[in-house]
Design a protein around this ligand. Structure first.
Ligand code: ZN
Length: 225
């Protein structure tokens, strides 16, 4: 089973991807993490990737496509499927992914969208703190540090990012919506769209996803959306 996970920042997408990967035996591609590690490396693409990430823009299609291809190629023999997080980010990328999977005789089985209201996104992101030293991200609501304002991993200072002010969050949500909408519409037209209420606790979100996935697998029914 091959899954694509969509959701705004603060939707707990990474956590859900890890749970699904672990519980369903799926190879997990966290595109954001791969791109950040490319940006911090001495790879010849490092500078371009870093600049686009810093500007909040999309990394050129051919780079993410290479990364995805390499990932699929490397893991396709040993796993029951894949979970993609942070990719695809546009309709063109979605169609690339379908093409690549087709070459291995695979397809996208479900596109899962973790839905979160604007108010809830702002509430969650306003509680974020980032370590000045190592970049570890905490959330005072869902993933607090052991000691207030101190990083558990390196002892660095935890700070509030300018980027997490309500106006910046609203702007990012708008960009996210504009980019994601065509992917979501395409998934709906292919009958693989699965919308999940992302405002529930982590465990409930995970259970809702698994229940909806397995229900459909058992019954063999066409998706109802
Ligand atoms: Zn730290």
């Amino acid at each position: 089973m091959n899954l694509v996970l969509l959701g705004p920042q603060g939707s707990g997408k990474g956590t859900q991807a890890e749970l699904l990967s672990h519980n369903l035996g799926l190879a997990y591609l966290e595109m954001g993490r791969v791109l950040r590690s490319v940006a911090n490396s001495d790879n010849k693409y490092a500078e371009v990737v870093k600049n686009t990430l810093d500007r909040g823009e999309l990394v050129p299609d051919e780079y993410v496509r290479l990364i995805a291809w390499d990932f699929i190629n490397k893991h396709q023999g040993g796993v029951t499927g894949f979970i993609f997080d942070g990719y695809p980010r546009s309709l063109a990328q979605y169609e690339h992914l379908e093409d690549m999977l087709r070459k291995f005789g695979k397809k996208i089985d479900r596109v899962i969208f973790l839905k979160l209201s604007e108010e809830e996104t702002i509430r969650r992101l306003s509680a974020r703190r980032i370590c000045e030293k190592c970049g570890e991200i905490y959330n005072l609501l869902t993933n607090p540090p052991l000691n207030m304002d101190v990083c558990d991993k390196c002892g660095g200072n935890l700070v509030f990012r300018e980027d997490d002010k309500p106006d910046s969050i609203k702007r990012r949500l708008q960009i996210f919506g504009e980019r994601t909408k065509p992917v979501w519409e395409k998934a709906k037209s292919e009958g693989v769209a699965l919308e999940i209420n992302g405002e529930q606790p982590i465990k409930a979100v995970h259970e809702e996803i698994v229940n909806k996935l397995t229900l459909r697998l058992r019954s063999g029914q066409a998706p109802d959306n």
